[in-house]
Design a protein around this ligand. Structure first.
Ligand code: CAA
Length: 380
């Protein structure tokens, strides 16, 4: 067993770290405050190859492994989780599904510009009444001669307005339950597709989250992904990879907050010495460092499983569950170590604490991860 990063992995970490520090850090507080999408920075992420990291270079991607993806996600999330969620969704929920299950035509038309970062994608599963219970899709896609007629509403869609291409999960036959669900590629310009208002969120405020409305949208039959009825399994398989991305995001949010708290604890003095020299603070830092390291190992294990071609449903759910819960605890402690300064925006940790919360919710709540894990543990 070798825990050492390869030279290529170290290069990727340095590239992501430099990009995050030089391009994302300036203005991150203002973007959060003003709910401003990091348009320029997302374009740069595309140019640097961060938006199609694992896609084969013949389809415009960087051809890297999932371990590289975890490394880059951690570095970018340390500084700006609003930018890293764009990256995670585009890589895991959009590019991966298209590359793995799309037709050659779908790949040429959609995957190539998505992997290059020329356009951004979104993944549309959640509905007003179907977030965790993903089989209960109310959005319908009724089969007609050469198209499907799409009707319904999707909620909390990341990249909701900035995306050009949307993977939409819809029910095609209610009688068939999860086997009557399909995934479709929907273009923003299709008639009857309306982007709803932007959500005013607690965290990841620089990312754009919207509801979407579809009214008699004609989706060509060639835009269905996979065989008829494959949509639910498509969504589950895609989300397993997405959970590696969000676990890494949680890891990055936590390690960003920890690094700030560590630095602050060596500068700030109270009762005649640096606060890091008080055991109350030193023990907090010890716990934070240990929790972060454990989450990093789980993220790497899930990525390694993916790279080896192993099933990663379980390891990705474990990584996501642990990293998200850990990120919430660690960021709360980072604010506590900063005292009053932690409560104001200039010190970054209050933003990281707000950003951490979403990692316990999206791409399956912590409770959903426990369903996936317990079913595996119990052998169901
Ligand atoms: N891979 C392949 N197939 C899978 C699978 C997987 N990982 N998980 C389930 N399946 C299959 C099952 O084998 C079963 O098929 P068969 O009947 O042929 O055996 C079928 O799918 C149905 O499975 P279940 O009976 O287990 O389905 P369920 O209704 O009990 O749901 C669940 C399981 C785990 C709770 C699932 O609904 C789930 O993951 N829900 C959460 C959805 C989610 O993550 N939503 C977040 C939205 S996306 C988002 O947040 C993106 C963003 O913007 C950042």
């Amino acid at each position: 067993m070798d825990f050492k990063l390869s030279e290529e992995h170290i290069m990727i970490r340095n590239a992501a770290r430099n990009f995050a520090q030089n391009e994302l850090k300036p203005g991150v507080i203002e973007r959060d405050e003003n709910q401003q999408f990091p348009t320029k920075q997302v374009k740069q992420m595309g140019q640097l190859g961060f938006l199609g990291m694992m896609v084969d270079p013949k389809y415009g991607g960087s051809g890297l492994d999932a371990v590289s993806y975890v490394i880059a996600m951690e570095e970018i999330s340390k500084v700006d989780a609003s930018a890293s969620v764009v990256m995670s969704v585009n890589n895991s929920l959009v590019c991966w599904g298209l590359e793995t299950y799309g037709t050659e035509e779908q790949k040429q038309k959609y995957l190539v510009p998505l992997a290059k970062g020329d356009i951004i994608g979104a993944f549309c599963l959640s509905e007003p009444e179907a977030g965790s219970d993903a089989t209960s899709q109310k959005t319908t896609a009724i089969e007609k001669e050469d198209h499907y007629l799409l009707n319904g509403t999707k909620n909390w869609i990341t990249n909701g307005n900035t995306a050009s291409v949307y993977i939409v999960i819809a029910q095609t036959d209610k009688e068939k339950g999860h086997k009557g669900i399909n995934a479709f590629i929907v273009e923003k310009e299709m008639e009857g597709f309306i982007v709803g208002p932007k959500e005013n969120k607690l965290g990841i405020r620089g990312s754009d989250t919207h509801s979407l409305m579809f009214t008699n949208v004609k989706v060509p039959k060639e835009n269905r992904i996979g065989d008829d009825g494959f949509g639910f399994k498509f969504a589950m398989k895609t989300l397993a990879g997405g959970r590696i991305g969000i676990a890494s995001q949680a890891l990055g949010i936590a390690s960003g907050a920890y690094e700030l708290a560590l630095k602050y604890s060596k500068e700030r003095k109270s009762f005649g010495k640096e606060i890091s020299k008080h055991q109350a603070i030193a023990f907090k830092l010890a716990d934070m460092a240990t929790q972060i390291e454990a989450a990093r190992h789980l993220c790497m294990k899930a990525a390694w499983d993916k790279d080896q071609g192993n099933n990663y449903d379980l390891s990705s759910a474990m990584a996501k569950l642990f990293a998200a819960e850990m990120a919430m605890q660690v960021t709360i402690e980072a604010v506590q170590i900063h005292g009053g300064y932690g409560f104001v925006k200039e010190y970054h940790v209050e933003r990281l604490m707000r950003d951490a919360k979403i990692t316990q919710i999206y791409e399956g709540t912590s409770e959903i991860q426990k369903i996936v894990i317990s079913r595996s543990v119990l052998g169901k």
